[in-house]
Design a binder for this molecule. Structure first.
Ligand code: TDO
Length: 184
């Protein structure tokens, strides 16, 4: 497992090894011991899997507040996405800053998005499958969002808002400056 800190050091890019042979490949995509040793004592309690048919589908930016905040270990097993983590911890020197990385079936990378970050992604090709482990169960009452195209965030999304495929919920999120439920 190769590990690379990003410009926001709490956000980490992990690339598991692939063992290829005539059949295809084998890869250990998560190892609790290695993860705990390298990134901290997190326990994953739910595995999520989403499929997005259309390129330019944007999901996010989502987060759950305490006591249900989630760390997310995100990967793309089919297709290619731009994955984004935004620091929404008010006391953080990188509050409002983000990391954006491409995750794909080719690069086999994963993004560790710790609690305290809003997360979202945009699909770059048809039929993307995104899998992610989370450290807390889904809690709809603590589920919040920030507008993916908030100009203050300055995220270079590969799709314009009027072209993006969005859920009704994701069309209505506030800007970060107007969000009432961010982290301390
Ligand atoms: C997130 C989630 C949703 N659901 C349900 C609620 C709803 O009826 C349906 C679709 O939910 P959403 O529209 O929120 O799905 P989606 O927009 O894919 O939400 C996800 O987006 C990415 C970016 C994340 O980071 C995730 O944490 C999650 O928020 O699935 C669950 O049952 N469990 C869950 O953990």
């Amino acid at each position: 497992m190769e590990l690379q800190r990003t410009a926001i050091p709490d956000v980490v890019l992990l690339t598991p090894r692939r063992f290829g042979d005539d059949r295809g490949f084998f890869s250990e995509v998560f190892n609790a011991k290695t993860f705990t040793e390298q990134l901290g004592d997190f326990t994953f309690v739910q595995d999520n899997h989403s499929v997005s048919a259309t390129p330019g589908t944007v999901r996010g930016l989502h987060y759950q507040t305490e006591p249900h905040a989630q760390g997310k270990l995100v990967r793309c097993a089919k297709g290619r996405i731009l994955d984004v983590a935004v620091d929404i911890r008010r006391s953080s020197p990188t509050f409002g800053q983000h990391v954006a990385v491409e995750l794909s079936a080719e690069n086999w990378s994963q993004l560790w998005v710790p609690p305290g970050f809003a997360h979202g992604f945009c699909t770059l090709v048809p039929d993307c499958e995104v899998l992610y482990k989370v450290t807390n169960l889904y809690a709809p009452s603590n589920d919040f969002g920030i507008a993916f195209d908030d100009p203050d965030l300055g995220i270079a999304w590969p799709v314009a808002r009027d072209q993006a495929v969005l859920s009704d919920k994701d069309k209505k999120h506030p800007r970060l400056a107007d969000a009432t439920h961010v982290f301390a």
